[in-house]
Design a protein around this ligand. Structure first.
Ligand code: TA6
Length: 318
């Protein structure tokens, strides 16, 4: 048979487009989302704590202590605990003064509110970017009575975790559902997984003032160069405008962008402090983690009755 000249090729019949998958597992205590690219996030309903975030190549991006409590008995040592309504130790005399360190959000059972996913395919059937957003909620009606009596306010939190290719975003909407105002702080206590802390440097915080929570110095000034780690480090940088880059062997590993979160806490417990935490394992695990915590913690934010505040972070794994 004579082949027809310049015969058009077959138009590909687009296979069923692979879509993001979401499942609830472990007796309704965890929500897991995966993308067709293999990117994966796992969220414990307790604290709405992200306990794992893997890139498409399977690489884990978050540190999770081998002794972390994942049974709801204690805030998770690792992943991304949510800090609200206060950061750090309670201050007596303040309305949050009777709460536990870092507040109740990370040690309350949140409600899973549902998912939404988006597809952006350039050529049908050839795949494209996809993302999935998981929403979680917390309000005064579902926190424990101890926290309720310690901080007797009406509130609503909606926490959105968005997984996209090579990226994880966390965003928190804080609503004051009573008539009078109250004060709060908020922070994502992100434990980033790295290979070797001695090879890590952080840029984007140069020349900023910070509170050194190790030395107690209230107004230290960051050096001109990047931050490196040779001992316990616990710093609260305020008014940090630039994106933060975490480098390993001078190669960018993570980029953290923030929205409405003006402060950044950088923490590594180092050897002694790590040994002093029963839920921190392995003992030398401090060598494979660094906390870069996006938050609004330098001052108290006042939320008027009926108002909502929103802020978030976007972490790119490189
Ligand atoms: O974000 C740094 C920090 O405030 C450190 O001072 C250290 O206390 C860390 O948080 C862990 O706090 P936690 O209450 O989880 O043991």
């Amino acid at each position: 048979m004579v082949e027809r000249k310049d015969k058009p090729s077959n138009i590909p019949i687009s296979p069923l487009m692979p879509t993001p998958q979401v499942s609830i597992s472990d007796d309704n205590t965890r929500v897991i989302a995966t993308l067709p690219t293999g990117d994966r996030v796992e969220v414990l309903l307790y604290g709405a704590t992200v306990i794992s975030w893997r890139s498409g190549n399977g690489k884990e991006n978050l540190f999770l202590s081998e002794e972390a409590h994942l049974d709801g008995s204690k805030a998770v040592r690792g992943g991304i605990p949510v800090v609200f309504p206060l950061f750090g130790a309670p201050q007596s005399g303040h309305e949050t003064g009777k709460l536990s360190q870092h507040g109740f959000a990370r040690s309350s059972r949140w409600e899973y509110l549902g998912k939404s996913s988006s597809e952006s395919t350039s050529i049908p059937g050839m795949g494209g970017d996809s993302s999935v957003k998981l929403d979680f909620g917390l309000s005064e009606g579902i926190i424990d009575s101890k926290a309720q009596s310690a901080w007797n306010h009406k509130f609503g939190l909606t926490y959105s975790i968005t997984l996209s290719t090579g990226e994880l975003s966390t965003s928190l909407a804080v609503s004051n559902t009573e008539t009078s105002s109250w004060e709060f702080q908020v922070l994502f206590h992100t434990y980033l997984k790295i290979d070797d802390i001695s090879k890590v440097s952080i840029t984007g915080l140069e020349e900023l003032q910070y509170v050194d929570r190790v030395s107690g110095e209230k107004q230290a000034t960051a050096q001109q160069t990047s931050i490196t780690f040779r001992k316990e480090t616990d710093r609260v940088y305020t008014k940090a405008e630039k994106p933060i880059t975490v480098l390993e062997n001078d190669k960018p590993r993570f980029k953290v962008k923030r929205d409405a979160l003006s402060d950044v806490v950088v923490w590594n417990p180092w050897e002694e402090k790590a040994k002093g935490m029963a839920d921190f394992a392995p003992a030398d695990g401090y060598k494979s983690m660094v906390c870069v915590e996006a938050g609004s913690v330098g001052q108290w934010m006042t939320l008027e009755g009926g108002d909502t505040w929103e802020g978030g972070q976007r972490i790119k794994a490189l």
